[in-house]
Design a protein around this ligand. Structure first.
Ligand code: AMP
Length: 218
């Protein structure tokens, strides 16, 4: 199955993707993760992308499209994939359509995760990532004792949590503005193609997963 998860920063695309990976046995392709890896490795693309990411703006389409083209050319995506954080504007959506047409793998569904603005800001403020295994947790919804007891699968020790540098208040406001201006037009774009399903993505994570599963094509 070929799925796009569409939603504002903090809407749970990453969390729901990780659950879908287990359930559907298809890889998650997150342009945010690919870009963060390029920045961490200091590759030329990473160096180019860093400024926009720090400011909460979109990275140039040519960079992101190059990464997606390369990633979707890898064999593990042959049976399907979950796109998380891509496409993020109309030009990327059109380029994706062309690419998928060329490789004969059209999208099956686009799921919009709907979360209100106050909840998005709250979720982003509590979001932390383990620097060893990459697990994303939310300090506001995960009990402290549960976190302390959990062992990182990479180190066998408690997770070493950090806050993403672009999760600070000023950058988040810009990312939400960019979402409204550039990404939200994709809702209409995919509705026009008959691919869009929208779900309420607030509340319990497992409950949101059930809503998501319910709208996937059989
Ligand atoms: P994310 O992890 O999806 O929230 O993405 C983090 C940051 O990476 C965004 O704020 C953008 O600066 C950049 N980014 C991720 N995906 C894209 C994309 N499809 N197009 C342009 N920039 C992106």
């Amino acid at each position: 199955m070929r799925i796009v998860l569409l939603g504002a920063p903090g809407s749970g695309k990453g969390t729901q993707s990780q659950r879908l990976v287990e359930q559907q046995r298809i890889p998650q392709v997150s342009t945010g993760d690919l870009l963060r890896a390029a920045v961490a490795q200091g590759t030329p693309l990473g160096v180019q992308a860093k400024e926009a990411m720090t400011a909460g703006r979109l990275v140039e389409d040519s960079i992101v499209l190059g990464m997606i083209r390369e990633r979707l050319g890898e064999p593990d995506t042959g049976c399907g994939f979950i796109l998380d954080g891509f496409p993020r504007n109309l030009a990327q959506a059109r380029a994706l359509d062309t690419l998928l047409q060329q490789i004969g793998q059209p999208l099956d569904v686009v799921v919009q995760l709907k979360v209100d603005y106050a909840e998005l800001s709250r979720r982003i403020a509590g979001r932390r990532t383990c620097s060893d295994c990459g697990r994303v947790v939310n300090l506001l919804t995960t009990p402290r004792e549960a976190l302390e007891q959990e062992r990182c699968p990479t180190t066998g020790k408690p997770h070493r949590l950090f806050q993403r540098p672009d999760d600070n208040q000023a950058t988040v406001a810009e990312r939400l503005r960019v979402y409204d201006q550039q990404t939200s037009p994709l809702i209409e774009y995919y509705a026009g193609q008959g691919l869009l399903r929208s779900i309420d993505a607030q509340g319990d994570v497992a409950e949101v997963s059930r809503r998501l599963e319910a709208v996937l094509p059989r």
